[in-house]
Design a protein around this ligand. Structure first.
Ligand code: AHR
Length: 334
């Protein structure tokens, strides 16, 4: 039998240090007390955020709100602009999963097709927060909460205002509709809400409805087509201010007076839209607030802590007429 070798003092010290490092390393990798499963528990929060794009004034204000709020809350933000493409968002979310961020937040460009990637995040133990737009997943456990507007309500408010304005109309009122990006929750829901509201007056008829992709260029181009194809347009309902602003150019170029010859209703209430309303070029705006950053960061902290959060948090919003826009404009933040 060979003799057992005893370690000399320096070797013993190295072995002890190695085992301490090994145990520490395993603990860091396997930490499940973070609310973020496989994520690090270093006391800091890292958020991976996938933004829709930079298609509108609303979106720019939303991005600023998120970046400023992250800094103020001491949250490290990894930000990606998906340029209005779902495949870019899926890629960004997969990157965030690989990087083991603490929380993933995103504003889904379209409503459908998220289950697989959301399941990947769930399996990795990374909580997901939906902000601004939601998804149509049947499995609500795939995300922690949805913070954003009620888009159906916005469309309804726009439609109800029009019904009131046209309550004495005896002949047909021809409406054209500039829809947001195809498949996006605000496009689907605003169309639905508006349609439901105007059904109360059989004189109100949507004679043309097409996407302008939430952009000024899209709004201008589609409005030009509407004007060429339809002799009598009484009302424009644009799913956001930017498309309405683009349409103003087409309407003016066609020799018509926006806000008079054609009643214009939009959604968002960003500064440029509010200015057009104050100037009488738009007639009514239903607000959609982009200032979601502070609430989002607060939710991220709670979710990381493992606290319960409400499944749905609705943004508080209002509507504006020309007089109200004149009053609100000087203090408008976006
Ligand atoms: O999801 C919110 C919508 O997206 C805004 O109404 C629009 O301006 C933006 O592009």
């Amino acid at each position: 039998m060979g003799k057992m070798r005893t370690q000399s003092a320096p070797w013993r010290a190295v072995a002890v240090l190695a085992s301490v490092l090994l145990v520490g390393g395993v603990a860091a990798c396997g930490n499940s007390d973070t609310g973020g499963g496989g994520t690090k528990d270093d006391g800091k929060i890292t958020m991976g955020f996938s933004q829709v794009g930079a298609e509108s004034g609303w979106r720019t204000a939303n991005t600023i709100s998120i970046k400023e709020a992250a800094t103020a809350a001491g949250i490290e933000l990894k930000f990606d602009d998906a340029q209005q493409k779902q495949e870019n968002q899926i890629k960004a979310i997969r990157n965030y999963i690989q990087q083991k961020v603490d929380v993933i937040a995103f504003s889904p460009v379209v409503e459908s097709g998220w289950d697989t990637v959301l399941k990947e995040a769930k399996d990795a133990g990374i909580p997901v927060i939906l902000t601004d737009r939601s998804v149509d997943s049947a499995d609500k456990s795939l995300y922690k909460t949805f913070l954003g507007s009620d888009f159906v309500k916005e469309g309804k408010l726009a439609g109800e205002w029009l019904v009131e304005q046209k309550k004495t109309a005896t002949g047909p009122v021809n409406i054209v509709e500039l829809q947001g990006s195809t498949g996006a929750a605000p496009a689907n829901d605003r169309k639905k809400g508006f349609g439901e509201a105007i059904a109360a007056n059989p004189n109100l008829k949507v004679i043309a409805s097409q996407t302008g992709d939430f952009t000024r260029a899209g709004g201008k181009q589609v409005m030009e087509q509407f004007l060429k194809a339809n002799k009598k347009i009484d009302v424009l309902f644009a799913h956001n201010d930017d498309m309405g602003l683009g349409a103003l150019e087409a309407i003016t170029a066609a020799g018509k007076v926006p806000g008079k010859d054609i009643t214009i209703i939009t959604i968002d209430a960003v500064k440029d839209g509010m200015q057009a309303l104050a100037d009488g070029k738009f007639n009514f705006i239903a607000e959609c607030s982009p200032l979601l950053g502070p609430q989002l960061m607060d939710l991220a902290k709670k979710v990381k802590d493992g606290q319960e959060v409400p499944a749905r948090i609705e943004t508080q919003e209002t509507t504006f007429t020309t007089e109200q826009a004149k009053e609100a404009l000087p203090n408008r933040k976006y």
